[in-house]
Structure formats: C-alpha cells, structure tokens
Write a protein that binds this ligand. Structure first.
Ligand code: GLN
Length: 258
C-alpha cells in the first residue's frame, strides 16, 4: 500500500513538474531572461490605464510596475484592443493582462486570475437632459454604446436587449470613442465601468451625466497564463503587499486627481 502511494505521489510530482515545463507555465523564467515584465492592456480606461503625454499611466500600470520591481525587472506596457489581451497572455506575448479586467467564469476558462484588487460596477452615461432612464434602455430604437468584449457589452446584449444578435448595441474599441458618439447623437447611452464612467462625465460636465442606477457588481483581477502557479503566487504576493501598505487606494486617488 505504501509503495503504491509513494509511486502515485512520485507520478503526481513528475506530472506537475512536466506541467511547468511543457504547459507554457514558465512566465517567471521568461521575465527573468528578458529582464522585463510585459503588461498587456488597453490604455483608454482611466484611471486604470490611459496615456499621459506619450506614456501609459494609471492604477494598473502602477501595480504592474510594483510586480516588476519585486522581481527586479523593468516594466514594458503593450497597448492593444481589450479583446486582444487574453489571447496575448495565452500566447505568452505578454507576461500578464492588467486592464480593469472583471473576473468572470467564461474568462476563468481561458486564463487564471490573481486575487481581486478593486471592486467595480457597470454605470450608464447619458446626454444631460435626454430623459433616458435605466428602464428605457431595453426599448426598441434605444442604441447602447459599449466597449466591445467587456462586461458592459455582455450586460447590454444579454441582460438588457436579451438578444445575442441585437443591432441595438453599438460596440466600440473603447469607452472614450463610445462617449464621443453619444455626444454626436449616434447612440443614446453608454454602459461602462464605474470609474471610467465617472472620469468621462467629469471631462464633459456640460454635456454628459451619469444615471444613479448600478447595473452589476464586479471585481478586477490580473490575468496570467493558465496553470502558471509560480508566477500567479508572485503576482498575488505583490498585490497583498500593496493592499497592506494602502498603496492601491493611494494609486486610485493619484489617478483620479482627487
Ligand atoms: N471591466 C470590464 C471588463 O472586464 C471592462 C474592462 C476594460 O474595458 N478595460 O470587461
């Protein structure tokens, strides 16, 4: 019995070792070899990621810089469409994805998530005085602007319109272009995460306003390649340190200009 157990244990250890080598779960080794950590993001999502001058900045950029610092390497930010982030992490083109990314069961099939670091929700931006309400969003002819492939897109498509083929959800590359179309009268509302929604309204206070309704409850986490436990532990270690030092709150305050 003992022998069988020992053999089983040895087998399991070998399998997990093999998993480390062949399953592509070698992000830490790659980061150390390259001397850099590559963060995939979509830098049009303030205050989490945006371009300041010519440089990417934001809460997620600061968090990724701390992960890189703890590993003794530099940070490189790779800006792409939101939809491209998970494939980039899966392909090992990026060490991690940090993009105000909501933890969802569907995404958990594709990548592993770190511990959660911020709570969020979907909010509705409308033109001031347009009379659009949360209840009217489902009505025929009401076009909802969203960022393609986000939880706002899923909520508008599945929960509000209730039709995966709806033509009444306008999908944009990011919330900033969606809100420009809102101001140009091409859509009636924009559904996007709480802090970007507030930041977009704050930048256009004469034209835009937020509805009081909170559509969802969500949490953000960092995406890493599936099965890459060693790297995931490292990411979680830095997140735990930042939380205990109150740094994430500090980053949020810094990048919302409050
Ligand atoms: N939190 C939303 C999502 O994960 C939007 C993220 C984003 O646009 N960067 O789908």
């Amino acid at each position: 019995m003992k022998k069988i157990l020992a053999a089983l244990l040895a087998g399991a250890m070998l399998a997990s070792l093999a998993g480390c080598g062949s399953g592509g779960s070698d992000t830490l080794a790659q980061i150390k070899k390259d001397g850099k950590l590559v963060m995939a993001t979509n830098a049009a999502f303030p205050p989490f990621e945006y371009i300041a001058g010519n440089e990417p900045a934001g809460v997620d950029v600061d968090i990724a810089a701390e992960i890189a610092k703890d590993l003794g390497v530099t940070l490189e930010v790779s800006d792409m469409d939101f939809n491209a982030i998970i494939p980039a992490v899966q392909a090992g083109k990026a060490s991690l994805g940090a993009a105000g990314m909501t933890v969802t069961d569907e995404r958990k099939q594709q990548i592993d998530f770190s511990d959660e670091y911020v709570k969020s929700a979907q909010y509705v931006i409308i033109m001031k005085g347009s009379g659009i309400t949360a209840d009217s969003l489902g009505e025929a002819g009401v076009i909802i602007g969203v960022q393609e492939g986000t939880t706002g897109d899923f909520y508008a498509t599945d929960d509000i319109k209730g039709d995966p083929n709806t033509e009444e959800v306008a999908r944009y590359k990011n919330a900033i272009v969606a809100s420009q179309d809102l101001m140009n009268g091409k859509c009636s509302a924009v559904i996007i995460d709480e802090m970007p929604a507030k930041s977009i309204v704050a930048a256009n206070p004469d034209k835009l306003e937020l509805l009081p309704d909170v559509l969802t409850e969500e949490s953000y986490a960092i995406a890493v390649k599936k099965g890459d436990t060693a790297f995931l532990e490292q990411v979680n270690k830095t997140i735990a340190r930042l939380k205990s030092e109150g740094k994430i709150d500090e980053f949020l305050i810094q990048h919302t200009g409050e």
